[in-house]
Design a protein around this ligand. Structure first.
Ligand code: TRP
Ligand code: SF4
Length: 326
């Protein structure tokens, strides 16, 4: 069985992009020896000024995990900050991580640009990938299910691990590999990549009505100004969703769109109905877990205990390899 680890930052509710980009893969791998964490320390790297939301968001993310079909009896779910070994290993890794690697990291540069309103010139934010490397290495994870955007971070993890092995002559950590989902990037309501910062998301927690309303506002093929204009489904985000959630009819949708035989309003309503059908069981599970918060906390407590056992062993081994403990 492969050791699997992944995590999500608790910066709010999860959306369809998270579901199809990462969670679907979590689900596929949960039968392996899998650890799924809520990366609250990583959330703190950008949200350190507002301490009111992180705990609340942790709950939202676990419930989204459970709603999307992760089974607490099959995998280990836990909160990152409850397993102190992550921070400890991150500190040890920070000793051997050249600053240049972190400064060159493309995600770092992008985020500095994107999150302009925040002061991100901190040690913690620059060290984000070092902490992520520790998250993975502390479980000796071999497989890391993530979205494509995480590939640079994963490469840095491998580089840090290689450097560790080279410096201390001991292979404590395997080199992890990313497991990507087949689904390409999910477009948001405005056709750009679905992302909280673009405010273009459909959330797993959205009600049926909310989903239908949102779908109505979706952009379509800009070339179709009036109903008799022929369409280009391949550039239309609504069609992208048909391919995912209305597979059987997708060819018909495309043909009718190209021949101006269907209007965008009807097309959207048909898609919204299918999407809602797909989301119904997720919504049901979500509501039922929301009513059982004590049980959710129990799951996290159990998860952290199991995680600590594994992480504690690795940390001891690491300290020894670095010449710190016997
Ligand atoms: N950086 C990841 C993200 O933003 C979250 C994360 C933190 C993570 N630690 C991880 C993902 C370890 C995979 C493995 O989505
Ligand atoms: Fe998009 Fe459907 Fe309109 Fe074609 S008919 S442009 S697929 S919404």
């Amino acid at each position: 069985m492969a050791r699997v680890l992944s995590g999500t930052r608790p910066t709010g509710k999860l959306h369809l992009g998270n579901l199809l980009g990462a969670l679907e893969n979590y689900k596929k791998l949960q039968g392996e020896d899998a650890f799924f964490m809520i990366a609250d320390l990583h959330a703190l790297t950008t949200e350190y000024e507002d301490k009111t939301k992180i705990a609340e968001n942790v709950m939202e993310v676990v419930v989204d995990y459970l709603a999307s079909g992760l089974d607490p009896d099959q995998c280990t779910m836990f909160v990152q900050s409850e397993v102190l070994e992550h921070a400890n290993l991150a500190l040890l890794f920070s000793m051997i991580t050249p600053l240049g690697w972190l400064e060159r990291n493309p995600t770092y540069k992008d985020q500095l640009r994107e999150l302009k309103g925040k002061d991100l010139h901190t040690h913690g934010f620059l060290g984000y990938p070092v902490l992520q490397a520790a998250d993975i290495a502390i479980y000796k994870a071999e497989k890391v299910p993530v979205g494509e955007d995480q590939l640079p971070h994963l490469e840095l993890t491998r580089e840090i691990i290689r450097r560790f092995t080279h410096l201390y002559g001991k292979k404590v950590f395997p080199e992890p590999e990313a497991v990507l989902t087949q689904a390409p990037k999910v477009p948001g309501l405005d056709g750009r990549k679905m992302s909280k910062s673009y405010d273009n998301c459909i959330y797993l927690a959205d009600s049926k009505d909310a989903v239908t309303k949102k779908v109505k506002t979706m952009v379509t093929d800009p070339a179709r100004k009036i109903r008799s204009d022929k369409g280009h489904p391949e550039v239309c985000p609504v069609y992208f969703y048909h391919k995912l959630f209305n597979k059987d009819q997708a060819l018909t949708v495309a043909k009718e769109c190209k021949n101006a035989e269907r209007g965008c309003v009807d097309c959207k309503m048909e898609m919204a109905a299918k999407l809602n059908e797909f989301m119904d069981p997720i919504r049901e599970r979500r509501e039922s877990w929301m009513k059982k918060k004590t049980e959710v906390c129990e799951i996290l407590k159990r998860g952290a205990k199991r995680a600590r056992e594994v992480a504690g062993e690795t940390l001891k081994e690491t300290l020894r390899a670095m010449g710190l403990a016997s």
